[in-house]
Design a protein around this ligand. Structure first.
Ligand code: GRF
Length: 224
């Protein structure tokens, strides 16, 4: 199928490593395209059960079974392309991806990260923010590049760090926004695409924003 026709029939691939609560949010949402495949690098990931219960095809590709990150990503690309995947979402996927995956899905690999990037990249971002005693925390949805949580940011949700919060309370407050923000951005990317602007890629006119009680959302949009 030509790449244009391919993109006219969008399909999602989701990469996971753990509990899969962000995957669950995607499974429960109307994304404008089906989730064709869920790949985990961990065979025991509960995310796989979530996908199977939803009737979504799954596969496990253990990164330790491959001689390099590039070989691993090539296997991921092959599995995704075999299912006709056009867009990829990293939902709690704890691996750095390489240009092998990014070149196969240019500007079509998204990630959810539980901090207000560029602050607190990497693992345990919520703990980093909590220990830095920030007053505002949150999450980011961004396009993935070959760096560590460093690709162009498309949307963010900010939440307060409340007096008396412990780390679990903060994680939970951020996670609520992750589960709302990620499906909302994925649907916009699938149904309206991105606009390239001088400041970088932007969602196409994403307003109005959903009303949120305890959070502030902000998105990068442009009129094409
Ligand atoms: C989430 O906070 C996500 O942002 C981070 O891993 C956590 C667990 O994700 N990458 P999930 O429950 O596996 O979706």
């Amino acid at each position: 199928m030509s790449s244009r026709a391919h993109l006219d029939h969008p399909k999602l691939g989701v990469l996971v490593s753990g509990s899969g609560t962000n995957l669950q949010a995607l499974l429960d949402a109307d994304l404008g395209a089906p989730i064709a495949l869920v790949i985990s690098n961990k065979k025991g990931a509960f995310a796989l059960e979530r996908a199977q219960k939803h009737g979504v095809k799954t596969c496990v590709l253990g990164h330790k079974d491959f001689e390099s990150r590039e070989h691993y990503d090539a296997a991921i690309v092959a599995a995704l392309e075999a299912e006709g995947v056009t867009h990829v979402v990293l939902a709690g996927f704890m691996r750095i991806v390489t240009s092998v995956l990014l070149d196969a899905f240019p500007r079509r690999v998204l990630n959810i990260h539980p901090s207000l990037l560029p602050a607190f990249p990497g693992i345990d971002a919520q703990k980093q923010a909590f220990e830095a005693r920030t007053l505002i925390a949150g999450c980011s949805v961004h396009l993935v590049d070959s760096g560590l949580d460093s690709g162009p940011i498309l949307a963010q949700a900010a939440v307060p760090v409340c007096p008396g919060d412990d780390l679990d309370a903060l994680r939970a407050r951020i996670l609520v926004e992750e589960h709302a923000l990620l499906p909302w951005v994925v649907r916009l990317v699938i149904t309206r695409g991105l606009v390239e602007t001088p400041e970088g890629p932007a969602l196409r006119s994403a307003l109005p924003l959903p009303s949120r009680s305890l959070a502030l959302w902000s998105v990068r949009t442009a009129e094409a």
